[in-house]
Design a protein around this ligand. Structure first.
Ligand code: SAH
Ligand code: SF4
Ligand code: F3S
Length: 440
């Protein structure tokens, strides 16, 4: 066996792609290593969402170049969203890279590796689209409890700040039979939690014949498997229709957890972002969810310092966080991206101003998360035990159905079990609990 080391940046889609790369490479005799210095193949799976993510790439590549010098014959490959965008331009700055591949041709990785090895030459292969018939790609999962299952690729929106449609292409759903089969296999292998993945997962099925929606998929998984927990990520608010909300409510395995990025709490900004909804539409969607599932947790993504965002408009985002009472928010300073209209607009906000807005917003987000978590104090709740906490290996950590982290003292043998805990302390980012009766 040869060794492969993969460094993964970006979202859950990239994490899932890395697991597929490991599955594919296994078929040509590569096993995963956690030691870069022992790798015969080093892969960077890149993210282009913000400039900061992109900036890291060349320092990693420089480091890999040194590893390659120490271990001649080592191959360096770069894939993911930056590679999809930059293609052979990567070689201008890093000519020592052996393979450049994109987001649409993962399935070709073994061939590209073998070709580069045998011909001893650099290979660049970027495809404009996913194959017409999606190949079923082998996978080696990094987490043995909780599985990421891609159900739709790409994005048909064109938010004016976002590079994703450019690097991931148009929406394309996987067939429901293939998804159900994959989840049945995960069920057999004793996985406890499935996260259905897509850049716009709430659009699942609209391109299939016959057309279906995410609610149908959720119901089918519930009927045909015994997976205890099901989640989905990330949904565009416009596509979260009443049927999907009803399916989550009526399907016992579907967790009461909605990650619904709003991006800004101001109508003019939302319009200029081309999000396709206003604050009131979002407000009504959240009201529908809470009316049916009062204890649902709702999380979001927010961008500050979008070009032309006034201070008042920024404060509307702050007010929205208080009003919605988000359980947590991923916040980011706007970063101008290539191939996106907003990058060329007047009114770009200075770095200092963006950072000040971000700091201000993050303080509010922490305060609001802490307030949300108070509702868990002195209550009993079910968690899926993930194992020893990375911060404090003497403690165990798990997650509620609402995706809250719970730290507690207990025996390692509880790992992988669904148990009841009593919450006796809350913090903004995590809860602390005591073990109650195991339920499974
Ligand atoms: N498809 C999801 C979001 C995927 S991208 C949706 O539309 O809801 C993940 C997050 O990255 C986005 O929600 C957004 O908050 C952030 N993001 C995207 N482009 C960005 C940019 N140019 N600058 C800063 N943050 C950005
Ligand atoms: Fe990007 Fe908008 Fe698509 Fe989300 S919906 S991936 S933010 S273009
Ligand atoms: Fe980044 Fe690509 Fe995901 S740009 S956020 S890794 S789809």
């Amino acid at each position: 066996m040869k060794n492969v080391y993969i460094e993964t940046f970006g979202c859950q889609m990239n994490k899932s792609d890395t697991e597929h790369m490991l599955g594919l490479l296994d078929e040509i005799g590569y096993q995963s290593t956690s030691a870069e210095s022992e790798a015969d193949l080093l892969i960077l799976n890149t993210c282009a969402i913000r400039q900061a993510a992109e900036d890291k790439i060349f320092s990693y590549l420089g480091h890999y170049r040194k590893l390659k010098e120490k271990r001649p014959g080592t191959l360096i490959a770069i894939g993911g969203c930056v590679a999809q965008d930059a293609g052979s331009d990567i070689l201008k700055r890093a000519p020592y890279v052996d393979i450049v591949f994109g987001t649409h041709n993962l399935h070709r990785l073994p061939d590209l590796v073998l070709e580069s090895q045998s011909l001893n030459k650099t290979i660049v292969e970027i495809m404009p689209n996913l194959p017409q018939d999606l190949p079923e790609i082998p996978i080696i999962r990094q987490n043995k409890l909780s599985a990421l299952v891609s159900v739709i690729y790409g994005c048909d929106y064109n938010c004016t700040y976002c590079i994703v449609p450019y690097v991931r292409g148009r929406e394309k759903s996987r067939g429901i039979e293939q998804i159900i089969q994959e989840i049945k296999d995960l069920n057999e292998a004793n996985f406890k939690e499935i996260t259905l993945l897509g850049q716009n997962v709430t659009a699942y099925g609209h391109d299939l014949k016959p057309q279906i929606h995410l609610g149908h998929l959720i119901e089918a998984i519930n009927q045909q498997t015994d997976i205890p927990r099901l989640r989905f990520l990330t949904g565009h608010p416009r596509d979260l229709n009443d049927e999907i909300i009803a399916a989550v409510k009526n399907t016992p395995i579907a967790c009461e957890y909605f990650h619904l990025p709003i991006q800004a709490g101001d109508d003019r900004t939302l319009r200029r972002m081309a999000r396709g909804y206003n604050v009131d539409f979002y407000r009504k969607t959240i009201a529908k969810i809470r009316q049916q599932m009062p204890k649902a947790s709702i999380t979001t993504d927010l961008i500050v310092g979008f070009p032309g965002e006034t201070e008042n408009e920024f404060l509307n985002t702050v007010k929205l966080v208080y009003e919605m009472g988000f359980d947590s928010c991923n916040t980011a300073a706007y970063s101008p991206r290539p191939h996106t209209p907003a990058a060329n607009w007047d009114g770009q906000i200075s770095f200092e101003e963006k950072m000040e807005r971000l700091r201000y917003l993050n303080n509010v987000v922490t305060e609001v998360s802490y307030t949300c978590n108070q509702a868990y104090l002195n209550t009993q709740t079910e968690i899926l035990v993930e194992g020893p906490s990375t911060r404090n290996p003497l403690k165990l950590t798990g997650r509620t159905r609402t995706n809250k982290v719970v730290n507690f003292e207990g025996d390692k043998s509880l790992t992988g079990k669904l148990i009841e805990v009593f919450i006796d302390e809350v913090h903004p980012w995590a809860l602390k609990g005591k073990v109650r009766v195991p339920v499974y």
